[in-house]
Ligand binder design. Structure first.
Ligand code: GCB
Length: 680
């Protein structure tokens, strides 16, 4: 019976993939710019459950499946051949094609020296084998979890389809206990499809083009970063007891008398009766000392009170930033003669307040001014693959430069980086993967809502996350945008978990039909770069007027989410000329002048340079080896401007939160300044 169901599911998947509208090739819905749909009929996503980050405990084991997998690239002209021929039924080596070694996690694009591999459009196949011990069989569940695969993944275990997930940059998992062979070898097969169309988030188009070698498919997209693909984040196996904690939601608050409060909800998956189940909760401080505890007959919710709480503060806003407690949940069961421990899960938690109104944005009742970056997950060879040394280096650079925030432009970043942000006190504007969306349509809305739902579900327990960004540079000036964004914003607000809504907008205050639905207005503007290139004398007035325009029309706090200039490291020019290091210095300096004026008006709440580091884009005549607007090079070394930005960010931190300055900030001038930022 079960086999029949699985068979039908596979047929359905093949059918869906086969008839998925690949633009320019098969039927495309007639999307026209001016059509306004009735979005009220679009079903909201089913809330995700599960996906707790895999953590070991007394009751849970975690095993990594990272490493070198076997890999096969399908022929671009026949991406579904592997499905038709059921390559998942046997080892990929039986296909007769050449398999190559492929690191997981990682993007596959830059691993080989093959242009076809770099620019591949369509499906690729990954495979590996693994063993699980017999001891995992009894009274346990075995879960298989992917940190992310871009864009669509189908996963088979020993030939059974166990997962199907779309939208890159987000985790997914399944209980595989029924399919796993305990004490024997297991074969795991993944098909990954990188094609983007008008309904995917982000959107793209696949076209047929005629080349010297015949007709081939190419992927086009309007967003400005390379569409890296593959198994981008770690793959884990983990075990739980049959009765176990499936999901946790945390909300924190601090009252005026310094009492911290943690409200938690648990989703506990139980087997048979829930009689005798109880929950013990312990809160440990960063030294591992217990500071609060509770025994609870209700196993699905409760509140912990924490006297004299140590609040979670952003970096440089308080000497003790990024303070994390650990909340420990124990599910036990009372039998007549004993108490059995069924599950333990530990979650790091920062306790803080977050609030905002029409002008201010407060953390622990103190106003926040954000100084940071738009970033990318991008590096040489690895592409968008999870890379812990890179994450650690980036956080060291953020701290060196005195930043306190970044936006996860233009998609959810790895869970490991979110954990770093909590620990280091770096504030996150958490963005979903809706970049440059256009041609609004109901299926896009459904996928966009799902992208937001999965993002919020994944990241809601992070103290570092202070806002949800629902889109980057959407075509919010177009007819149809109001209905579309009204629907997206309503939905996001209904699940927003105490965070404000924002977006990075490049329309203008008069035309934008999205900003009315936001709590914080973020805008992107490239004065003296895309607008008036070379004219650094045309920044100040225009920028000031634009920022005022956003606030006047919407009466909301305003943040500049993007500004900057492409800069070739090592290219110098005096006087400054575009693309030179000097030009980036002058351009940023002019922006600082405006930011300082705006800051005095209170509602201007932050400045984010584009970009933290140089990054790879698709090939284009406006890009020299990628986007070069980085303050750091792609290999994370500073350009000249990094020193200027460092001076600014630290000066701001000193002025606003009176933090001590680093000794090497201005080595020569330091004695005369005596560390008093007002003299800088
Ligand atoms: C933007 C986009 C960003 C680009 C940047 C640029 O407005 O949001 O993705 O990379 O401009 O440098 O063109």
């Amino acid at each position: 019976m079960f086999r029949t169901k699985k068979y039908l599911a596979l047929v359905l998947v093949i059918f869906i993939l086969y008839f998925q509208p690949v633009p320019g090739q098969i039927d495309e819905p007639d999307l026209n710019d001016s059509q306004i749909y009735d979005y009220g009929k679009v079903k909201t996503p089913t809330p995700t459950v599960g996906l707790l980050y895999p953590r070991e405990s007394e009751t849970r084991e975690v095993r990594s499946l990272d490493g070198i997998w076997r890999f096969l690239k399908s022929n671009a002209s026949d991406p579904l051949r592997g499905l038709r021929e059921k390559w998942f039924d046997k080892s990929l080596s039986k296909t007769g094609f050449n398999l190559i070694p492929m690191p997981v996690p990682g993007s596959y694009n830059d691993i080989t020296v093959d242009k076809e591999m770099r620019d591949h459009v369509g499906t690729v196949w990954y495979e590996r084998t693994f063993f699980v011990p017999n001891s995992w069989q009894k009274d346990r569940r075995t879960w298989l979890r992917f940190g992310s695969v871009h864009y669509q993944a189908l996963v088979w275990l020993n030939g059974h389809l166990v997962m199907d997930h779309s939208i890159g940059h987000l985790p997914f998992e399944e209980d595989i206990s029924k399919y796993v062979k305990f004490g024997l070898e297991n074969r795991l097969t993944v098909m990954c499809d990188n094609r983007l169309d008008n309904q995917t988030v982000p959107q793209g188009q696949v076209h047929n083009v005629t080349t010297d070698d015949g007709v081939t498919q190419i992927q086009s997209y309007t967003f400005d970063f390379f569409n890296y693909a593959g198994i981008h984040r770690s793959v884990h196996l983990y075990t739980t007891s049959l009765t176990h904690i499936r999901d946790i939601e945390i909300k924190t608050q601090i009252s005026v008398d310094g009492m911290g409060r943690i409200d938690y909800r648990l989703w506990v998956e139980t087997v048979n009766a829930t009689d005798g189940l109880s929950l013990k909760v312990r809160l440990l401080d960063s030294d591992g000392e217990m500071v609060a505890h509770q025994k609870n007959r209700e196993i699905d919710h409760g509140t912990l009170l924490v006297p004299n709480v140590k609040p979670w503060w952003p970096y440089l806003m308080n000497p003790q930033s990024g303070y994390l407690y650990t909340v420990e949940f124990h599910i036990t069961q009372y039998k007549p003669d004993k108490e059995i421990l069924l599950d333990v899960y530990r979650l790091p938690v920062g306790i803080r307040n977050l609030s905002w109104d029409n002008t201010t944005f407060l953390i622990n009742d103190s106003p926040i001014y954000l100084r940071g970056f738009g970033k990318h997950e991008d590096s040489d060879i690895r592409g968008k693959g999870l890379d812990n040394p890179l994450i650690a280096r980036d956080f060291n650079l953020l701290k060196w430069i005195g930043a306190n925030a970044y936006r996860t432009s233009h998609y959810p970043y790895s869970e490991e980086s979110m954990q770093f942000a909590d620990e280091q006190g770096i504030l996150i504007i958490d963005e979903c993967s809706a970049v440059n969306i256009d041609l609004f349509n109901p299926q896009l809305l459904a996928n966009h809502m799902s992208a937001i739902e999965q993002l919020i579900h994944r990241d809601r327990n992070h103290a570092s996350v202070i806002a949800w960004s629902i889109a980057n540079e959407p075509r919010s000036y177009k007819k149809g945008a109001e209905a579309y964004f009204g629907a997206i914003a309503n939905y996001t607000r209904s699940i927003s978990q105490g965070r404000p809504l924002t977006a990075a907008i490049n329309s203008n205050p008069q035309l934008c039909q999205l900003s009315q639905f936001l709590d914080i207005i973020g805008f992107n503007r490239y004065n003296a770069w895309y607008q008036n290139p070379g004219r650094t004398d045309m920044i100040v007035k225009q920028l000031e007027e634009e920022a005022m325009g956003w606030h006047q029309r919407f009466q909301k706090p305003v943040i500049m989410f993007e500004y900057g200039a492409d800069t070739m490291e090592g290219m110098h020019s005096l006087p400054a000329f575009i693309w030179s290091e000097e030009y980036q210095v002058v351009l940023l300096n002019k922006h600082f002048e405006v930011f300082d004026k705006l800051h005095d008006l209170k509602w201007f709440r932050g400045e984010f340079v584009w970009n933290f580091a140089d990054f790879k884009t698709d090939q284009s005549i406006t890009r020299v080896g990628g986007n070069k607007k980085g303050i750091f090079t792609r290999d994370r070394q500073p350009k000249t401007v990094a020193h200027l930005l460092r001076l600014r960010y630290w000066t701001l931190a000193r002025k606003l939160n009176n933090c001590p300055l680093p000794n090497d900030l201005l080595t020569y001038f330091k004695p005369s300044l005596g560390h008093d930022a007002s003299e800088l």
